[in-house]
Design a protein around this ligand. Sequence first.
Ligand SMILES: Nc1nc2c(ncn2[C@@H]2O[C@H](COP(=O)(O)OP(=O)(O)OP(=O)(O)O)[C@@H](O)[C@H]2O)c(=O)[nH]1
Ligand SMILES: [K+]
Ligand SMILES: [Mg+2]
Length: 533
Amino acid sequence: MYRILTGNASRLATIPSRLSIVQNAHPRRSTVFSGKFWSSSSSWKFTKHDTAVLSDAQRRTIYALSSPPGKAGVGVIRISGPDASAVRDALLRSSRGSSLPPPEPWKLQRCRVVHPKSPEQVLDDGLAVFFRGPKSFTTEDVLEIHIHSGRAIVAAVLNAISNLPFCRPAEPGEFTRRAFDGGRLDLTQVEGLRDLIHAETESQRVVALRTAGGELRERFERLRTDIIHCLAMVEALIDFGEGEDLEEGVFEQAREETKRLSETIQSYLNDNRRGEIIRNGIRLAIFGPPNAGKSSLLNFLAQRDAAIVTPIPGTTRDILEVSLDIGGLPVVVADTAGLRQTEDVVESIGVERAKRIVQESDISLCVLSLPETLPSVSQTQLQIPSSVLPLITTNTCFLLNKTDLFHSPTTRLDTRLRLPEGLPDLKFWSVSLSTGEGLSKFLQGLGSTLQEHFNLQADQSSGQMPMITHARHRSHLETASRFIEAFLQYDVNDVVLGAEELRYAAQAVGKISGLIDVEDVLDAVFRDFCIGK
Ligand SMILES: Nc1nc2c(ncn2[C@@H]2O[C@H](COP(=O)(O)OP(=O)(O)OP(=O)(O)O)[C@@H](O)[C@H]2O)c(=O)[nH]1
Ligand SMILES: [K+]
Ligand SMILES: [Mg+2]
């Protein structure tokens, strides 16, 4: 049973037996419903009749190398479309040279790859597997040919396929696009798949795999259905009015449910950007006075001479960013210019940039020279230079560097040191980037600080997935939230306007999965795919 979600129910009732529902329309599908409607107190139900795929017949068969080009044991050429089995007939022979028997779908078969114009010309020996649509990645018939990966072999086989008039080379991301058009993947899954291919750390892999598997799709779809449920109640009210055919209190019920949805959306939005952080990396900015050892720290974290280190204060000018894996988390570390008043034009631009990137960072690491921060032996309270004070927030940690130059023994120093009055309780470590003292403790501490700070460990163990992994999701959810808030401003006398707000809210959530009018976002999502995916 499907709920009729839009339109005037009394008008729908006069339409005889078949009608197309555009509301749930997929770009290439229209769902046709038929049958008698019946009403419950708040919604109309029809029997789903038929799902028709439109304009598929004109689609051509596409092909591409799906594995990376170059020398390797195996290369995979993927062919998808209505003529995939014709490609098989034209290109593949048994190992004795005879025609192949009809395909046993989803089963690898040994074969010879030949040129369609001169079948005696063997291009390679390989394996082939045929996926009969819709049980394939693209939902079309798909043929995968596994050959030896080498430039000449791959070129010869691709050239042979190009001789078949019914095939054309695939565009970047076109196989995935067809999977989307065929309804196998929604947009969040497409994004998950792309993130999975690009994943560089364990946390990225875990989130991307679950997204590709459809976890977000399901949750956003549930949210959309819930909004539509509220909409259905309000629509029923428009058509019949409270007290006539409907029981009392429908509007109040819709309001209560909508309020709960609003809270749910807010909880998704107030997530400390966890999902986006896992995907894009935690932005960590190193800052501090000149010569404190900021660039030395970047080089230590990167394990290479990424930044220039000299005894001259003011060496670093521009921001230098390096993407690193710290404790399984993706972190984009930025080295910045030392903060000080300066007449030098170039350096002062660097200082301004440094301040900006620290303010935009998710977490910042203030590097100070310990001997300068603690000038007298008797002191235990750190003296923080005034140039860095304005940038210190609850997201700041301190690294007290150059313990080798310190005037007294540094054993158990960390436990004795104190931050100045008025500063929040912030983490600090003392190290020497020259001798290596304290560095392993610092690395461990930094890793667990990041884990705690972004609550990622808790997420993984409790199985909680961040709901928002792309800025796109956030912006659609914010839009939905605005429409829902607008609905909550209306009372029962303005149900027509209220229904409109809910319809827009549902639409905004639908855009996340790409179920409605999404041509503009589609190109943006598929652009980053490589050919063959
Ligand atoms: N003795 C000692 N010297 C260090 C230590 N760490 C860095 N240095 C030296 O301190 C000087 C400055 O180091 P940098 O890493 O360039 O410092 P910076 O903070 O990036 O300096 P600017 O980019 O100029 O702001 C260099 O000569 C380093 O070799 C340390 O732990 N002990
Ligand atoms: K320096
Ligand atoms: Mg530097």
